[in-house]
Design a protein around this ligand. Sequence first.
Ligand code: FAD
Length: 517
Amino acid sequence: MELKALHLYAAVLAVLLCSSVNFIQSPTDVLGPVVLLEPTPSSARDFGAVVSDAPFAVMRPESPGDVARLLGALSSAPGPSPRATVAALGAGHSLHGQAQARGGIVVETRALPRDVRVVVAAAPAHGDRAYADVGAGALWVEVLEECLRFGLAPPSWTDYLYLTVGGTLSNGGISGQTFKHGPQISNVLQLEVVTGKGEVVTCAPTKIPELFFAVLGGLGQFGIITRARIPLQHAPPKVRWVRAFYDSFETFTGDQELLVSMPEQVDYVEGFMVLNEQSLHSSSIAFPAQLNFSPDFGSKGRKKVYYCIEFTVHDFQQDGSSVDHVVELVSGKLSYLRPHMYSVEVSYFDFLNRVRMEEESLRSRDLWDVPHPWLNVFVPKHGITQFKDLLMDTVSAEDFEGPILVYPLLTDKWDGNASAVVPATPDGVMYIFGVLRSTDPARCGRACVESIMAQHRRVADEVCRGIGAKQYLARQLSPAHWRDHFGSGWGRFEARKALFDPLHVLGPGQGIFPRTD
Ligand code: FAD
């Protein structure tokens, strides 16, 4: 459908954005040709599919200047504060409406230039490393494809690549490489940001660091990221991908911690719980090995749970035997259920893009565009057994659909200046538990999804209060819950908001800073 263009004239804003008639004195001077479009269904929808807040309008900016004009106008209104809010929308893979703006304006960052410019030449300012300058609306898969043409790739990933650069940098961006390289927010050299006040600013760790670190893990509260400079490393043509099975949680996590203590040898470490045949099958879709593993899951009431570690070793194919040797050396130290270790050699691209195959399988079963009551929690090492037991009390192992990821991360790889929140850990080890459930609407309706979310809240509350765990990717219930979430970091977060988005225009879908009218 041809979308109706709405020019941002003062009268239009006054009526439609419920603002004062004095809101913009001479709109054409201030705004230039800013164009708002009618909302589409995707502007009120996300992957979680539990929250749907329609905006008043959508903006598809062609440049950072467009975003700056919009935010500048909304934050420079004289008189009573304007009530319009703005949410950046990347790929819309949030879970609880975080990229939505009820009655406000959604800025689609995919419309911004998405070029990926790879700079191979040594750049002394960045420690001689190659880097890529990328539009924040680019998907990570697009970044990967372009970088691989130069034999290069970013070091830190998410499991799923169809997320935007701006979206993951606003949260954290974690995967099995995080133990070694840190999250994606620890792998950024420079950002271009349009602040909530409408200023286009280039920032870096040594240039306006307050804005740079505020925005990383900043939940879209301080500005809209329009470009990012990402360091690159040599990409291996192939990786050796290994999976090993366990029937003891303690042995499983003990071996994971052993693996993350070997960053010289190992390039990626994750793991997941194997609750039933289906979870064994779906986790194997992208892993092209013949598994001779037929575990006994026990009977109702005495269910048995298994665990799977996966790790990879990059194969630069310089010496045919070296990767075999490393895998042998590493696996020789592990205490998996012998003989259940399986290994495959796949291209680096296929490995990084492995979740795409799971997506296709779920789509073919009509299980992709369904509600996703996910729970993601960073749990300090000392609390992982308690968390796992609490979680298992809420999970019916027979019919659970989706992976439960469990793997360790090292807190010293997270830059404490960034806005992202992780637990304090005396030994520097925390685990991510990702309970990534898909619900089939035919079997689990609205009330069922709500009850799963309520269970998750109870579990999260208990472990956050009891053992200092922190939720990841969650929308907290109220500003007071957000204050608890940030803990001692709240004052800094609030001060950064006052500096970069004093009128609370940005990020309404997170529910952190309500507009004050
Ligand atoms: P959106 O959902 O569009 O936006 C997320 C938040 O960021 C919103 O608050 C939005 O306003 C803000 N935002 C978006 N773009 C910008 C911008 N340019 N500037 C400022 N703020 C912005 N996360 C991991 O860490 N590791 C994983 O392995 C992982 N796997 C996932 C797999 C799937 C299938 C899904 C659905 C999610 C996964 N995630 C993972 C979570 C994902 O990283 C976040 O949901 C991320 O925000 C998604 O990016 P997006 O482009 O869809 O962001």
